[in-house]
Ligand binder design. Structure first.
Ligand code: GDP
Ligand code: MG
Length: 293
């Protein structure tokens, strides 16, 4: 019997979660269309070998609660922790030994499932700093998501902790619903890459149209910002910025869907969307029903 289950990844911003997820999922990125269930929007990738299937969930904002947006994200993140068979707690090795997850995440009690600690960016450590850290945190996996060091061992360890189970998802299932979600994430990510300083958290992306029956695949995406000033930054002088974002994002989406894409990219102002529950809901962030974080 193979092993299969959910590994939920938690870590502070910049710990290297996205890089690690890409590294683990690698070429095998399987975008899934789960049956209707609570984990749907949080699946960020699946790693399948003949022996095991690791379904990776993300915990956006868990260790960084700030605005209404982060509160909504926190509810999603806590649900991801609750669904986990194993929690992967990723920290930046250059910050030394990490605080316990329950403490950083403000949990009432430690999660019941196994927590695997991984210290990332060990490529930045000297041999002696690395040995010192290994002695202080002997249980932790020392990895580099950038160069792949320690990742195979980590993946094997995660797989070994999963329950014996048939695979949860077919390896190659693909659905427009999920591809839309990833396409929106890629557009947003690209905007952040190009405008990190100027646009902290103020951008959400919605895919308004996704026509895959034609070549190139036609996608209309709208970046929602809070203020006119942010819109001007996103568009840039003579539209240069938005064209550059569109170009980069289109390439990423083409890799994702495996065919040419025409990305029709727009920017709209939706004032204070981060503090506006109906706007948050419209943009796909789930708000807890009782309003609590
Ligand atoms: P996230 O916020 O946790 O998703 O972190 P990211 O994956 O976006 O990474 C944050 C930054 O750390 C990026 O600039 C990455 O290139 C960098 N980074 C991630 N993993 C490593 C690593 O193993 N080594 C080094 N040197 N940098 C890394
Ligand atoms: Mg990230």
């Amino acid at each position: 019997m193979p092993r299969a289950g959910i590994v939920t990844v938690a870590g502070k911003p910049n710990a290297g979660k996205s890089t690690l997820l890409n590294r683990i999922v690698g070429e095998k990125l399987a975008i899934v269309s789960p049956k209707p269930q609570s984990t749907r929007d949080r699946i960020v990738g699946i790693h399948s070998t003949p022996e095991a299937q690791i379904v990776l969930l993300d915990t956006p904002g868990l260790l960084d609660p700030r605005y209404a947006l982060q509160r909504a994200m926190r509810a999603t993140a806590l649900a991801a922790l609750a669904d986990a068979d194993v929690i992967l707690y990723l920290a930046d090795a250059t910050d030394g030994e990490p605080q316990p997850l329950a403490e950083v995440a403000g949990l009432d009690r430690p999660p019941r499932v196994p927590i695997v600690r991984a210290l990332n960016k060990v490529d930045l450590l000297s041999a002696s700093a690395r040995a010192e850290l290994a002695a202080k945190a002997p249980d932790a996996a020392l990895v580099s998501a950038s160069n792949g060091q320690g990742i195979d061992d980590l993946t094997a360890r995660l797989a070994s902790l999963l329950p014996e189970s048939p695979f949860l998802y077919p390896e190659d299932e693909l659905s427009t619903q999920t591809v839309r979600f990833f396409a929106a994430e890629l557009v947003r990510e690209t905007a952040f890459e190009q405008l990190e300083e100027e646009l902290p958290y103020g951008v959400a992306c919605v895919i308004e149209e996704f026509r895959e029956s034609q070549t190139p695949v036609y996608i209309r995406a709208v970046l929602h910002v809070e203020r006119e000033s942010q819109k001007r930054i996103l568009i840039g002088s003579g539209g240069r910025r938005i064209r550059a974002i569109g170009r980069d994002a289109r390439r990423k989406i083409e890799t994702l869907v495996g065919s040419p894409v025409y990305l029709d990219l727009w920017v709209k102002v939706l004032p204070n969307w981060r503090r506006n529950p109906s706007a948050l809901a419209r943009l796909g962030y789930k708000i807890p029903e009782d309003g609590s974080p």
